[in-house]
Design a protein around this ligand. Sequence first.
Ligand SMILES: NC(=O)c1ccc[n+]([C@@H]2O[C@H](COP(=O)([O-])OP(=O)(O)OC[C@H]3O[C@@H](n4cnc5c(N)ncnc54)[C@H](OP(=O)(O)O)[C@@H]3O)[C@@H](O)[C@H]2O)c1
Length: 293
Amino acid sequence: MSHTILVTGATGTVGSELVLALANRGVTVRAGVHSIIKGDRFSHITSGVQLVEMDFHKPETLHVALTGVERVFMITPFTDDQVAISKQFIDIARQTGVRQLVRLSAAGAEAEPGIQLGRWHRDIEKHLEQSGLAYSILRPSSFMQNFVEQYSESIRHESKFYLPLGEAKVAYIDVRDIAAVAATILTADINQYNGQAYTLTGPAALSGQEVAQAIGQARGQAVGYVDVPEVAARQAMAQLPAWMTDALLELHAISKAGYAADTTPTVQELTGHAPHTIEQFAHDYQRHFQPAS
Ligand SMILES: NC(=O)c1ccc[n+]([C@@H]2O[C@H](COP(=O)([O-])OP(=O)(O)OC[C@H]3O[C@@H](n4cnc5c(N)ncnc54)[C@H](OP(=O)(O)O)[C@@H]3O)[C@@H](O)[C@H]2O)c1
């Protein structure tokens, strides 16, 4: 049996960190990329990373990507058919002889009735639990890297970011810590973490002001957090499909109500080191926040 580990969504926020983390451990990684061109980002890794083009909407590509793979880290994109494509992928993984599948879910997926985002994830989790595969589930809180992916433009151009969170605190996690937990599980004995779900958070719950202060300090110029009403946030998302806007606003609403503030010790327990602080994150990513010239 091959010891190849497939990472899906490998060019994404979490996937790209996990490919690096696994390659650094000397493991053979198969990076499942949506388009081979984007896989260029792994060209500096000299050994241990294979690229395979895969499309969740083309099952034949999934069979190819999964052939000869023993373990999988499964990231699926945020699409309106994420439940269907995830279930199909799990079924094909089972058929092709995969032994272990670690799933990237989201904090609060187990809550009932929860929110729509969580219910989609929980539906996928249940399918995995019943698949017969060895599995683990990672349920991370909101990513610190969202401030790079979603808010760095306004930080660079206006020295502000806008969120409908009031004074609420959120236990943001650095995705490098999610990758570290995933790498630990995927390189351990397959039975060690089997059947477990882990809620992963950063070390502290942070208000918008605290995030702004850390980013401002790291880049050497103040940044402001602007609390916006939900209606303004909805307008700012006008270019997104309605299902996505509704789901994101529901997430913001429960965060504003304080439900995203709990921290867990799980990153430290599973990896042996403390999760990144917002100050470390802001320092390491400060080039993304520099004022636009
Ligand atoms: N953001 C958060 O704060 C947060 C918190 C908790 C949980 N999550 C969960 O994290 C997951 C997303 O992870 P992420 O942020 O690392 O993802 P991401 O950065 O959005 O990347 C998605 C990846 O999937 C690939 N992809 C898109 N469509 C595909 C297709 N049809 N077939 C194959 N690959 C495809 C993308 O490649 P291309 O770019 O080339 O299309 C990309 O590599 C979601 O399930 C989300 O619910 C997010």
